[in-house]
Design a protein around this ligand. Structure first.
Ligand code: SAM
Ligand code: SF4
Length: 289
């Protein structure tokens, strides 16, 4: 795994003449067909590497996109060739009636993959409704399988709920269930070895992710996943407060409310940097990882 730290600003193709129709192709020839949607900045855990103990001052209700506004952006993206959507957060399952949004997104023509990244705590209750609404698969974040360490890292999380959530997701037919494990300054070798052994015994795929630091631009390719590999990046991100962001490691964001979804998509595509540099404007829990 290579670790890349970018301290200087790589030239973004801002101002590139990009097409009004057809696939979203950025200034470096990359086709953007994957939109990650953060639906809330709130969370029911407080992972030490992600949030402070008090959590985050929540965005005012009116700043958060409604489900219809999110679906409008997703429909506009699908018309420009986006095929994959992922719902994330904060914790997406704490947003009320999230299955309603899932149903709206699953109905969009051209969307062939609808996934979610979750901490899994509420999956036991919601997995079957999510599957019925059209969610295909989930990535569940698991940084340790030791109950005491889990409570420490998440500041109070109950790992029994996580395991019950993973079981519920499998029973509901969400497939595949993948695990995300972030190796952070709080991880021990036995946390990581434990997750690896659990994944093997449960026959679940696991992706190991190095802790990222947005303000300094520290990130790396994701072992077993597509993240962090700039030349192959196909992603755009929509934050819960309605900014289309070309890159996790960029301060650029284009308001879908102010510009309209089509124009925001066009500008975010034009603003995609060749490689990420750093982000000082938004924390991870607001952009969604
Ligand atoms: N709450 C959900 C969860 O934890 O899966 C979704 C949102 S969370 C921000 C998305 C992913 O980002 C999780 O897998 C989480 O572990 C990861 N993450 C959070 N902060 C990170 C950081 N500083 N570096 C790397 N990954 C991080
Ligand atoms: Fe919440 Fe996910 Fe951040 Fe943990 S990583 S605090 S579960 S948003």
């Amino acid at each position: 795994m290579t670790h890349s730290t970018f301290s200087s600003c790589r030239s973004a193709a801002v101002g590139a003449q990009l097409a009004e129709k057809g696939p979203l192709v950025d200034g470096y020839g990359r086709v953007l067909d994957y939109l990650r949607i953060s639906v809330t900045d709130r969370c029911n855990l407080r992972c030490r590497y992600c949030m402070t103990e008090e959590g985050v001052p929540p965005l005012p209700h009116e700043a958060i996109l409604s489900y219809e506004e999110i679906a409008q952006v997703a429909r506009a993206a699908a018309r420009r060739g986006v095929k994959k959507l992922r719902i994330t957060g904060g914790e997406p399952l704490v947003r009320r009636e999230i299955e309603t949004l899932v149903r709206m997104l699953a109905a969009i023509e051209g969307i062939i993959d609808l996934a979610m990244t979750t901490n899994g705590i509420l999956l036991e209750r919601l997995a079957s409704a999510l599957a019925a609404a059209g969610l295909r698969r989930v990535n569940v974040s698991v940084d340790t399988v030791d109950p005491r360490r889990f409570a420490e890292i998440t500041r109070g999380g109950d790992i029994r709920k996580l395991f019950a959530g993973i079981d519920a997701a499998r029973s509901a037919g969400l497939h595949p269930v993948k695990l995300n494990c972030v190796a952070t300054e709080y991880s021990t070798p036995s946390d990581l070895a434990g997750v690896k052994a659990y994944a093997a015994s449960e026959k679940l795929d696991v992706r190991f992710i190095r802790q990222m630091h947005l303000p300094s631009g520290a990130f790396s390719a994701v072992e077993g996943g597509g993240g962090g590999d700039c030349p192959r990046c196909n992603r755009l991100r929509l934050s819960s407060d309605g900014l289309l962001r070309p890159c996790l490691f960029s301060d650029l964001g284009f308001s879908v409310r102010e510009l309209g979804a089509e124009e925001a998509l066009r500008r975010a595509t034009a603003g995609k940097p060749r490689a990420g540099t750093r982000c000082t404007s938004h924390p991870m829990h607001r952009i969604g990882g």
